[in-house]
Ligand binder design. Sequence first.
Ligand code: SF4
Ligand code: SF4
Length: 466
Amino acid sequence: MLLSLLCLSLAASPILGPWPSAFPAKALCSNCGLCKSSVGVSSVADACAFLGDGMSRLEKLEPAVHGRGREYEQGDLAEAHFGVHESIKLAAGVGIEGAQWTGVATGVALELLESGAVDAAVVASSSGEAFGGPEPLLCRSGEEILRGRRVKPSLCPSLAVLDEVAADPAITRLLFTGVGCAVQALRAMNGGDPEKALGLEKGGLLVLGTHCVDNSPSPEAARRFVASIPGVGEERAADVTAYEFMADFRVHARVKVEGGGEETVKQAYMTLPPSVGIPSIAPSCFSCFDYTNGLADLVVGYMGAPFEGGKDEMQRAPLMVTVRNERGRGMLDAAVRGGKVRILQEGGRGGAALPSSGSRAAITMKTVAADSMVKSLLDPGFVAGDRGAPAWLGNILAAIIARGLPKGLEFARFSIDYHYLRNRLYVEKEMRGRTGGGERHVPEFAKAIMHRYEEDMAGLRGRGVG
Ligand code: SF4
Ligand code: SF4
């Protein structure tokens, strides 16, 4: 009896040891923060996105969260790709200075807090240095919400603040903003009843998600990556305020310039040294099948929005907003009524009315086969080169490839397909020794998406994976 009480009290102690070795998911831990809170750590076995059923747990939770599960079949994979939803729209933030894009997510969070719809909001803040460690922040003022502006390109323990939430009786309605793996763990904790564990009222948890893919394991890894971008280098790495992989096959980095302001450095993907690619991505993110954040009420991202090129795309481009349920609709409506977000285009179910052109059919498998991680899985002797293509050549290649890339929502489908295929090969290898192996971890909707590539994937596996 004494022993079991001791075990219980140990189970409820937050994990303070070194990351990731002290954490239950070990190398695959995404540092979501659940294990860093007393209120969350006891749920880890049934809530962690990288243990047991792993990512496939998310589709089992969808009916409880959204009122129904994903509806899809071959030929109509809209919800397989984008998750349960009422509609997909294009939107822009209004009057939000200093965001990475136009500030839609910041605008929604600001409105909900300032209008009193929630008592507090959890955002990923920054420690202040360039790419400074993202830090979860429990915000009670608009000023604090603004500290969450801009994408932080490395893992953030967002759920580590859950003890603060649970300890404050004044918080009965909470907005949580975060990436898919953290949202999964939050929704699954306490047997699927996080509101009770956190002392929130019924229906008092609102979740604003972002699209997320290929996050860096640490701020240092992100910094090493930006330092490898030609035109940025070691000397300007600390001045980079944001970067993204864009649909023109180039990485765009916003860099501070002397005298104030910023400029955008754009370099073709192939100018980056292949050797920085793999260490720049966390093992959790090579094991992720929740690009579109399936358990959030409302999701903001850029991958399916039209990309027109030109100057400062990040600050002008529309954002893709997925409304999953009634709560998400209410959150977006509030931000529009409050003048912080503007709807640019209604897309309907599957974003059917939004811009979408080209075909991902041919380019997807080519991208998978050319990927450094895939090559290293196929060939254990593969060594990624430490020099990228010269800028002139990279620019020519990027221009040619970009012309053949799909656009708009079809680009989003291409990006999802490519990442899931790559990640499937990764988990087949890395989860081989587990009960159920990688198969158990991969959600059915992801398998439905990958069905069309089975023959090509068998060809790749025949070259050495598995
Ligand atoms: Fe814990 Fe989250 Fe890491 Fe899983 S991913 S081990 S829940 S911190
Ligand atoms: Fe989490 Fe997936 Fe984002 Fe990695 S890519 S931080 S695992 S949601």
